[in-house]
Design a binder for this molecule. Structure first.
Ligand code: ADP
Length: 323
């Protein structure tokens, strides 16, 4: 069993990261390990910015969004010299393993550290759900619920004024948030990066057709990663073509914050516990993910090479019923 492990959060923060930290710290401490909290991801690791945690260090955080360990980008970590520097810091503090919570970038850092002898376990923390090996990432469910609540509010005013609301949601490379939230809010059209669009046939024609059946207000969900479409220009174009007063709303960082949902808290707790169970057996270089409702682990390099495709059948369902 490893004697001293660390835990860090890296990349974009996601609700539920705190629940994962809590599970790592509690499982580690109860197993007799020394657990160090590393602040601000790989940046804090390089700076030796860490402190010893105990059972009570993680009290009252399970319901909080963000991450009590803070997060940061540290692009220089892609440089092998910096990774070696981090390994030296690990030796200095006696760190033999680290649970790293973040996205694919974070997993790449974890892979590089493991190749140099520090046993790392990656946990998927990102609201975008864009980790190929994982069905549901930590933070995704909360973000979906936040988007749904926000768009429900926008719908009230959209409906009162017979308007069209174009709502831009996060998802630079992936349309999971847009597709699932879009279905949940009954969006007329959903634009995701995985699909190419002709605006006239997909949006304008669809709006005209539904107008004829009495529909007077519209919600259009656009993922931020859809190429060549910015929500403000799209709203202007829709207004020009249909005569329906149209407004754009960019939801922005509100999607990242907030108290984690039940699903994210439970998932993060399971994953954090599982990660330490692996480290107890001296197993590193794994990511802990959920697949078909089971918590499983994969080799980090294999996981990074996996591909995940969006459910186009679900997309078809969305379009069939949003008329
Ligand atoms: P995410 O983990 O959410 O994908 P980033 O892509 O910003 O977010 O990655 C988080 C951090 O992981 C980076 O700031 C950097 O420290 C580290 N990282 C990213 N890419 C690599 C890489 N190719 N090799 C080593 N470390 C990396």
């Amino acid at each position: 069993m490893l004697k001293t492990i660390g835990v860090l959060t890296s990349g974009g923060d996601a609700p539920g990261m705190n629940a994962a930290i809590r599970a790592v710290v509690r499982t580690g401490c109860e197993s007799g390990m020394r657990v160090m909290g590393i602040r601000r991801g790989y940046r804090g690791l390089l700076d030796g910015d860490m402190f010893e945690m105990n059972l009570r260090s993680v009290s009252d955080i399970i319901h909080r969004g963000g991450t009590m360990l803070y997060s940061a980008r540290c692009p220089e970590f892609a440089d092998p010299e910096m990774v070696q520097k981090a390994v030296d810091v690990c030796h200095e503090f006696g760190l033999e393993g680290i649970v790293t919570i973040g996205g694919d970038g974070t997993f790449r850092g974890a892979r590089d550290l493991t190749l140099r002898g520090i046993q790392c376990i990656g946990l998927p923390g990102t609201i975008d759900n864009d980790i190929a090996s994982c069905d549901y990432t930590i933070g995704y469910d909360t973000a979906l619920n936040t988007i749904m609540e926000m768009v429900d509010r926008i719908r009230d005013t959209t409906e009162s004024h017979d308007r069209c609301s174009v709502v831009e949601v996060m998802g630079r490379n992936a349309g999971y948030l847009a597709l699932n939230a879009g279905i949940a809010v009954g969006a007329t059209c959903i634009l995701i990066p995985e699909v190419d669009y002709d605006i006239d046939s997909y949006i304008i024609e669809r709006m005209r057709r539904t107008q004829k059946t009495g529909k007077q207000h519209f919600i259009i969900i656009v993922a931020e990663g859809v190429r060549g479409i910015d929500s403000k220009s799209l709203a202007r174009y829709i207004q020009e073509k249909t005569g329906v007063e149209s407004r754009a709303t960019v939801l922005g960082h509100v999607q990242r914050g907030g108290s984690p949902s039940v699903r994210d808290r439970v998932l993060a707790s399971q994953m954090g516990h599982y990660a330490v169970e692996l480290l107890k057996q001296d197993i590193g270089n794994r990511v802990v993910v959920n697949h078909k409702d089971q918590i499983v682990d994969y080799d980090i390099i294999e996981a990074l090479n996996m591909k995940k495709t969006i459910d186009l059948e679900l997309y078809r369902v969305a379009n069939d019923i949003s008329i």
